[in-house]
Design a protein around this ligand. Structure first.
Ligand SMILES: [Zn+2]
Length: 338
């Protein structure tokens, strides 16, 4: 396998590596596309601790080697690879309940990610992609499965008002899914460009930097405020805003990644007796996410997505890191690997 490995912060090296042996039935995928996300940039600049591995959070490709006896996957299938592995070492894994693994390994951080030519994975981690799901859409399966986790953990119901703080691609996708499930998103963002994309994507309530959020949310909800608030970590908005938009006894969920740390005052959260949740990706929802894409639950036309080539990976990561330093955000970038 040939790919771009992170040797130390800010240093990528193109190198050949042996495939790591895995338990169970494995398959090999010729990778065609990968997605560089904020997590990759934070690994690149050292804010997230990563092993010496190939970066690339998400990938898809064409199945090139697999067991002949598999029913639902054939050589040549366009295939998505779930970017996680169970540790096989924790208490739950040893008990045979790997789905409850307490130390899930993440592609591009704990083991080699997808900025390379081939990936080997346990066959149960592979999903044949239906023709109706484009490559670009499939690269966001991980975003969608995080959104579905939020629905599940916050028990979001039809008709619920949900404040979504941050309007990056994830915030936009999550808000569109809220509409799909007949909940009512109120998207809040400090940035005009994301505000425009959110509106174009069909989200009705979008508040920007010049709005009085607390007052507007109160008006929209007839004074009740929102029972559920989702705060996306890299939105560059003070956390205390999340508490101010929640109803008494409501739930606030933190999700997403950010290298920034800052002091947070929990005074309002305590006063309002809020439930605080921290929600990370849950890999049980891959199949459900593919299904949502096949049903066209999300419009990708107005998301901000850049493109680059395999050769330009080092330069792209360097540029994305500069972008992060100057603007506090990045444009997720699709890498065309062939
Ligand atoms: Zn485990």
């Amino acid at each position: 396998m040939k790919g771009y490995k992170l040797i130390k912060p800010f240093t990528l090296e193109e190198s050949e590596t042996e495939d790591q042996p895995l338990n169970g039935i494995t398959s090999k995928v010729r990778l065609t596309k990968s997605l560089i996300t904020l997590s990759d940039v934070l690994r690149y600049n050292g804010e997230i601790d990563a092993n010496e591995v190939v970066l690339g959070s998400v990938g898809l490709g064409v199945l090139s080697e697999t067991d002949e006896n598999l029913l639902d996957l054939e050589k040549g299938n366009r295939t998505y690879i779930e970017p996680s592995r169970e540790c096989n070492e924790c208490y739950n894994c040893k008990k045979g309940e790997a789905e409850k693994c307490s130390n899930v390994q993440i592609a591009g951080e704990d083991y080699d990610g997808f900025l390379c030519d081939f990936a080997v994975a346990r066959t149960e981690k592979l999903y044949a992609l239906p023709d109706s799901v484009s490559d670009t859409e499939a690269l966001f399966i991980n975003h969608i499965s995080l959104a579905v986790s939020l629905f599940d953990k916050l028990n979001i119901q039809k008709g619920d008002y949900v404040s979504v703080i941050g309007a990056n691609n994830f915030g936009n996708i999550f808000a569109q899914l809220l509409i799909y499930y007949q909940a009512v998103p109120i998207v809040l963002t400090s940035d005009e460009e994301s505000m425009a994309s959110a509106k174009k994507s069909g989200i009705y309530y979008v508040l920007g930097p010049n709005d009085n959020w607390q007052k507007e949310v109160s008006t929209i909800t007839s004074g009740r405020m929102t029972d559920k608030v989702v705060y996306i970590a890299d939105c560059n908005i003070p956390v205390v805003k999340a508490f101010s938009l929640a109803s008494f006894g409501g739930a606030v969920a933190f999700t997403g990644f950010s290298g920034k740390t800052g002091a947070v005052s929990f005074m309002q959260a305590v006063k309002k007796q809020l439930d605080i949740h921290c929600i990370n990706n849950d890999f049980r929802y891959t199949a459900a996410s593919i299904n949502l894409l096949a049903n066209k639950a999300i419009n990708f036309s107005f998301l901000k997505i850049n493109n680059c080539t395999y050769k330009s990976i080092p330069e792209t990561l360097k540029k994305l890191n500069e972008e992060l330093e100057t603007t506090g955000k990045i444009n997720e970038t699709i890498v065309n690997l062939i």
